[in-house]
Design a protein around this ligand. Sequence first.
Ligand SMILES: [Fe+2]
Length: 333
Amino acid sequence: MSQRILIVDDESSSRTALEMLLRREGFEVHDASNGASALAACASLHPDLILLDVLMPGMDGFEVCRRIKARPETRLTPVVLITGLSNTEDRIKGINAGADDFLSKPIDLNELLARTRSLIKLKQYTDELEHAEAVLFSLALSIEARDPYTRGHCERLAEMSSRLGERLGLAEEDVKALRRAGVVHDIGKVVVPDAILLKPGPLAEDEMEVVKKHPVVGESICAPLKIFGPVLPIIRHHHERYDGSGYPDHLRGPEIPVTARILQLADVFDALTTDRPYRKADRTEIALGIMDDEANRGWWDRELFDAFREMIRSGDSAAANHAEALPIRSSPA
Ligand SMILES: [Fe+2]
């Protein structure tokens, strides 16, 4: 499939010259003559590269670039700013607008083709990464869908745990990891048969052993994807307990990564406030009371639990509010 390039320039002669050259090289080329139509074309065509003239009447190239980079669906699309001015100030302005590269007018055609090819190659890599992540997310959500009682669990966990991470001032990378882990933390349940996953009564010891495999299996499913590096410890350790009585590695206290300690609070809270095959859900305050007892027993990080409780009580988590909407309740596995 040929790669798609969008040329944005108010001068039709410049557009035509670039179009002819790039078409000859096998690219699919589209054009726009102003900022507004460029943004519309960007949203509908999903180009693999945008060649964007800086000097245009109305919305200039810097502003168009800023808007492209501000939209989550187009932020990874490479933008090359074409400018007649090669002064440093404009380069800095372009970098601040999120431009990926620059070309000066008059355009050197060999340079144009070399940069176009290398940026498009880079875009292919990021597309592949996004596809791989999307596959993992769909697998995780299809596993969640096996159990009608856990509907929306992944989404609520992603929201609650990343929100707590933000409130605690965690690094952006950790907050992002919490969001991803919220979705994929139970992906290893792919190895747990329905007869066990959906069993209404308490699990037998051998059945529990099967369930206990899911953090390690989940870690190995996500391990090949490099960007999931910070997510792996969360997946592996989301069932550890502060006193070492959890699984799979019986880690204790601060040995358990802080991101895993955060996610497990959201996981337990969501389990308590949602009906499960083996019990009815608890109201928010009853659930927090149960978790408070468990923190006293040494299961959860007391400091983190207090911060979590404060967040839930303040209503600073859209996902937590679902608990208030539920009428009845009681405790999780
Ligand atoms: Fe789990």
